[in-house]
Design a protein. Structure first.
Lengths: 114, 114
């Protein structure tokens, strides 16, 4: 069964500082990887995705993520955090063998301090 | 592109009552998914449709839950005889039946069972 681990439940970062959110997945097949962001009481917004090709992918709001097959990781980064980046971030995995249903991690809550 | 819409956004009900939620997917999307999200957790898959056919139901979906997508457009999720444990955010997502593809989420329906 596929699983997704986000080791950090909560991260606090200063505005303007860099941010990295970790995501590890357990999967035997070719994974398709996603990062979503959720503001309080809202649905999920897609930040970026990896299907194939260049392992460094760019997303919206200045985010990027790098797929490392050898480490089964898909970490999300942003060089300079804005106060509006405070939210909950979810890593998700899909695959052919699971008919492309999404499996989500438990999420990482990001707090931005002034 | 009007996005995925869900109604109502909030529902408060008493234990034992029936509730029904509606999801309108992005118009050209053939696949429609339902997820449930409890506090502090990532979304969990409940069920999904390809056009009007329901392809899979999670074991999380007890007999009290039923979902339909009668004409392959909007979908409804009904919970009968609600229990306090049903309190959660119910999220709907849609995608093209093109593999792999991105699921786009609606704003969710927050259910509170008193």
């Amino acid at each position: 069964a596929q699983s997704v681990t986000q080791p950090d439940i909560h991260i606090t970062v200063s505005e303007g500082a860099s941010l990295e959110l970790r995501c590890n997945y357990s999967y035997g097949a070719t994974p398709y990887l996603f990062w979503y962001v959720q503001s309080p009481g809202q649905g999920l917004q897609l930040l970026l995705k990896y299907f194939s090709g260049d392992t460094l992918v760019q997303g919206i709001k200045g985010f990027e993520a790098e797929f490392k097959r050898s480490q089964s990781s898909f970490n999300l980064r942003k060089p300079s955090v804005h106060w509006s980046d405070a939210a909950e971030y979810f890593c998700a995995v899909a695959s052919y063998s699971n008919d492309y249903k999404l499996s989500f991690g438990a999420g990482t809550t990001v707090t931005v301090r002034a | 592109d009007t996005g995925v819409s869900q109604n109502p956004r909030h529902k408060i009900t008493k234990r034992g009552q029936n509730v029904t939620f509606r999801c309108d997917p992005i118009s050209e999307h053939n696949r429609l998914y339902w997820y449930r999200q409890t506090l502090g957790q990532g979304p969990e898959f409940l069920t999904y449709f390809q056009n009007e056919a329901q392809l899979e139901k999670s074991r999380l979906l007890s007999d009290r839950f039923s979902a339909e997508r009668p004409k392959g457009s909007f979908s409804t999720l009904e919970i009968q005889r609600t229990e306090q444990g049903d309190s959660a955010m119910y999220l709907c997502a849609s995608s093209l039946a093109r593999y792999p593809d991105t699921q786009y989420f609606g704003p969710g329906t927050r259910l509170t069972v008193l």
